[in-house]
Design a protein. Sequence first.
Length: 201
Amino acid sequence: MIPKLYKGFPIIIAGIGPSLTPDVIEIMRKYRDTHVILGINDAYKIIDFMDEHYACDARWWKVHGVIINKKYPDLRLWCHDEEGEKYGAIKVTGKNGSGLSTDPTYIHTGLNSGFQALNLAYHWACCKIILVGYNMGGLNGKNHFFEGREKTLSVSSPYPQFAEQFGRIQPDIKDIVVNCTRRTQLKAFRIGNLEEECSTY
């Protein structure tokens, strides 16, 4: 059972797209006391004030598990793969399905960590879900905020398929989601300005 950890609280979910820049992170920092901060995958490298962290890929945990434990020993970690459990992450069940899972015993995978993190935030009962770093495509020759990637993690991301999964999310859930990612190709949600959305909820 995934608990309603943050009922009534707004959350900012940080993906690893190229629009996750230092100025975006500083805006997030201003609202860390009023918003839950959830980082995905490598976001831990540049966000030092996360409340929660999520990564789904067993290969990611094999590369980063020890590092994230050492850097943030008190950070609560989440995964849906047994590999993450080895590093103290809380394992949630992931299943295939259309839209977000409304059953608190599992999340839908949606083919990507960003989708799964969004489903977690929904189960946590957050009142508003703000997305940053959700580019769903390259920007200035980069697919992520960082340069390159470990060879074991280097894969071609099927962004159109990812976007299609987000498009299937239930309309009433979409209503509480706003995408504040600059130059995003993810059009499933209302587009907003991060500073404005954080200051009004």
